[in-house]
Design a protein around this ligand. Structure first.
Ligand code: AMP
Ligand code: GLY
Length: 421
């Protein structure tokens, strides 16, 4: 079967590499993909250009589609493809609101008793300002809509909160995403990412993972899309997992069904393990990036079989298995990211990475026959080993063989996990 994968980052490369292992998959088209995705045919169609995606699918004998990024999901890419009879892995636009609107997801959690930070919603900057005068510090302000992962402000002082509020609600730095804000209680505890497969009937959590969002070592500096990951996450014990299934995962699936927004695809639970139990920090309606780059290498079951079962509402028939091993992904970024950075530098990649590591290309293009850098996060190097310590060591040794001008990486990916007692 020929399939399309919508998206262009390291997450999509990890999905494509895994799908390419399936015997049932013939040609994989990446829309738009990137110059480093040699397992797929990259097609110059933007991930948000839904009419062009539909047209491509109609004319290329496509039997299945994977819609990976949040934007096309929220814009209804799955609905449009299903309308022309193409089964998809990914939620409808109605279900993608669980990520597309923080007001929607917070109200959902409140209505169905799913543990999350206490919050208020504001549509007027003046009302929000009045509220900020009275609340405890620190305080968390979140733009309602999608904001490229930058719409969350942790404010230590009232001045910071007022400045942030002005930027989001009045200067509209995130556009219409800032028409409403959620102001919520600051929670503390280790963070865990749990991606899950769900067809709306059953929910199958994947191996847990830990992201490293800040740009600098020891979690300093600006927030990024993610500078590295490890899996499994040692803070996510069997007891915590059982509690999450009972108080968060199943109630969320049931809540979405009750709202007439059945969720099919990958539902991502961003959790904080607080002293009062696990709480939801955020939902994403898609695979995480770079969580996918450590989770999928540990998946033993055929990903295409799982995705087809999810689309057909038959996930319960598949025995989803993960390796009993550890994975570490180190991201190499362009110097300057997440602020301004230059691109177009030639990249040298090892033909056979050390320790059987995988290289997932995120931001690259081919120029005059040469692979050159083309984004902030350029690639991820993932190693798998029997222990976390070895996986970390192997990932860094393999990453050392990747060269491009201005390559930047954190040097402490996995250390927070190794410190878990
Ligand atoms: P989000 O974009 O919702 O994942 O938020 C980005 C990051 O902000 C999260 O990974 C957390 O580290 C932090 N964060 C979000 N909400 C809270 C909260 N209520 N309390 C503490 N930290 C938070
Ligand atoms: N790594 C966080 C995310 O994908 O949202």
């Amino acid at each position: 079967m020929n399939i399309i994968v919508i998206g262009s980052g390291g997450r999509e490369h990890a999905i494509i590499k895994k799908l390419a292992q399936s015997e049932a998959v013939d040609t994989i088209y990446a829309l738009p993909g990137n110059g480093g995705m040699t397992e797929a045919e990259c097609v110059d169609v933007g991930a948000k250009d839904i009419p062009a995606i539909v047209e491509f699918a109609k004319t290329h004998d496509i039997g299945f589609a994977v819609v990976a990024p949040d934007d096309p999901l929220v814009l209804g890419c799955v609905d449009a493809l299903e309308e022309i009879g193409i089964p998809c892995f990914g939620p409808s636009a109605a279900a993608a609101q669980i990520e597309g609107s923080k007001v929607f997801s917070k109200n959902l959690m409140k209505k169905y008793g799913i543990p999350t930070a206490a919050y208020e919603v504001f549509e007027s900057a003046d009302d929000a300002r009045e509220y900020i005068k009275t609340c405890d510090l620190p305080i968390v302000i979140k733009a309602d809509g999608l904001a490229l992962g930058k719409g969350v402000l942790i404010c230590m002082t009232r001045e910071e909160a007022e400045d942030g509020l002005r930027e989001i609600m009045e200067d509209k730095v995130f556009g219409a995403s800032g028409n409403r804000v959620v102001i919520e209680e600051f929670l503390e505890g280790p963070e865990v990412s749990v991606l899950s497969f769900t067809d709306g009937k059953v929910v199958v959590p994947m191996v847990s993972s830990m992201d490293h969002k800040r740009i600098g070592d020891n979690d300093t500096g600006l927030n990024t899309g993610g500078m590295g990951t490890v899996a499994p996450n040692p803070y996510y014990t069997a007891d915590v997992a059982a509690e999450c299934m009972e108080t968060i995962f199943l109630p969320t699936i049931n809540a979405m069904n009750a709202e007439g927004r059945t969720f099919k695809g990958c539902l991502y639970f961003g959790l904080m393990i607080t002293k009062n139990g696990p709480k939801v920090i955020e939902y994403n309606c898609r695979f995480g990036d770079p969580e996918t780059q450590v989770v999928l290498p540990l998946l033993e079951t055929d990903l295409f079989e799982i995705m087809q079962a999810v689309a057909a509402g038959e996930l319960e028939k598949v025995d989803v298995k993960f390796k009993d091993a550890h994975a570490c992904c180190v991201i190499l970024a362009s110097n300057g990211y997440p602020k301004k950075y230059a691109t177009g530098f030639p990249m040298t990649l090892p033909e056979q990475p050390k320790h059987n590591a995988e290289i997932y290309i995120a931001g690259a293009k081919v120029k005059d026959g040469v692979l050159v850098t083309g984004g902030g996060r350029v690639l991820g190097v993932t190693a798998v080993a029997d222990t976390l310590e070895t996986a970390v060591k192997y990932a860094y040794e393999a990453a050392a063989d990747v060269k491009f001008e201005g390559a930047y990486m954190r040097h402490d990916i996995g250390q927070r996990a190794l410190q878990c007692k």
